[in-house]
Design a protein around this ligand. Structure first.
Ligand code: PLP
Length: 361
């Protein structure tokens, strides 16, 4: 008889849960998980390989548990006067968020999020035994200072998580809302800035609010703008006391010496690694304009993807794109699909396929 999950003495609060499940399919044009689809420059790749090769020669030893060189490099990259003592990193910002919930959430504690938002936030909450509480957004997926204040006062959670720009909607998150949230909660406020580099250049990051706000945490990732998703490097900027809290829950040596070497090398070439961001923003804006011409309703976006409505049968359109070797994301938001901006050629392939599908229906 085949044993299933239900036959095991698993924690009661994990029964019936589903794992994170963005499909991983080998297709010609993959625009489903907001990766940077531009390969990294060859000279950068060479520097990374040489750095990793040097690290391999010392791989008999445990890595620097404090990943000092990486924290210094990340502090330098972020600027805003942020120092290495304010930086933490882990295997993807998902792990950073998990460590935050291990330290500040957990059984008997709760976290407020604002769906539709990044699905991992609630999955990490469940995995750490933290109660996930849903807040309401305003029209058009926005969160005004008044709304965030009212939702925090209504729910009184231990942690509040805001995602800006928001995934999967692309919606901007303004500093006024972050300030209002910080003032309204006596707890931890985490701002997930996975898409910060795709914001308009003149728009300030939540990093500018860190000074004097010890309960504000800002997470970032090298997975998106930095074209480094496969390496698994996410990070956090916060008060040094917050970093001390994370040291209590991290596994020792959680960042391998290979990861540290690769990330430090990549950060030496930050300008080159980020060279494609402007082009990605152009492709994103082209998607928004073309979708509107085709009669869809793209939402305003500050990220590297576009959520669009007006899709009569999202599942059907998803499948028809897949038949043409293009994968997008069906997030089960009625009438909507999400597409990541690709290279110019990938973006063109998507837009032309969608036009064909629309004309044929
Ligand atoms: C992609 C994404 C992350 C990412 O992840 P890593 O674990 O760093 O790859 C975090 N937050 C949001 C909102 C994302 O979309």
């Amino acid at each position: 008889m085949e044993i299933t999950l239900d036959d095991l003495p698993i924690r009661d609060d994990l029964r019936g849960q589903s794992p994170y499940g963005a499909p991983q399919k080998k297709v010609r044009v993959a625009l489903n998980v907001n990766e940077n689809t531009h390969p990294i420059p060859e000279d950068v790749a060479r520097d990374i390989v040489e750095s990793v090769a040097a690290a391999v020669l010392e791989i008999n030893r445990y890595p620097d548990r404090e990943f000092t060189a990486l924290r210094e490099a990340l502090a330098g990259y972020l600027g805003h006067g942020i120092t290495a003592e304010q930086i933490w990193a882990a295997n993807g910002s998902n792990e950073v968020i998990q460590q935050i919930l291990q330290a500040f959430g957990g059984p008997g504690r709760s976290i407020l999020g604002f769906p539709p938002t990044y699905s991992m936030h609630s999955i990490i909450a469940k995995g750490t035994g933290t109660e996930w509480v849903e807040g309401r957004r305003d029209e058009g997926f926005q969160i005004s200072p008044e709304t965030v204040r009212a939702e925090i006062e209504r729910t009184k959670t231990d942690i509040v998580i805001l995602c800006g720009p928001n995934n999967p909607t692309g919606t901007p998150l303004y500093l006024e809302t972050i300030e209002a949230a910080y003032d309204a909660t006596p707890g931890i406020l985490l701002v997930d800035e996975a898409y910060a580099e795709f914001m308009p250049a003149d728009q300030p990051s939540a990093l500018t609010l860190l000074e004097g706000r010890p309960r504000l945490l800002v997470s970032r990732t090298m997975s998106k703008a930095f074209a480094f998703a496969g390496a698994r490097v996410g990070y956090l900027a916060a008060n040094p006391a917050v970093i001390d809290a994370l040291r209590l829950v991290r596994l020792p040596y959680h960042l391998s010496s290979l990861t540290q070497a690769a990330a430090v090398a990549a950060l030496r070439h930050a300008d080159e690694m980020l060279a494609m961001v402007d082009d990605i923003k152009l492709q994103r804006d082209r998607i928004v304009d073309t979708l509107a011409e085709l009669g869809y309703q793209p939402w305003p976006t500050w990220s590297n993807f576009v959520l669009f409505g007006g899709v009569d049968d999202p599942h059907d359109v998803f499948e028809k794109l897949l038949e043409r070797g293009i994968i997008v994301r069906d997030l089960a938001i009625p009438g909507h699909l999400r597409v990541s901006a690709g290279t110019e050629a990938e973006t063109t392939a998507f837009l032309e396929a969608l036009r064909d599908i629309k004309l044929a229906s």
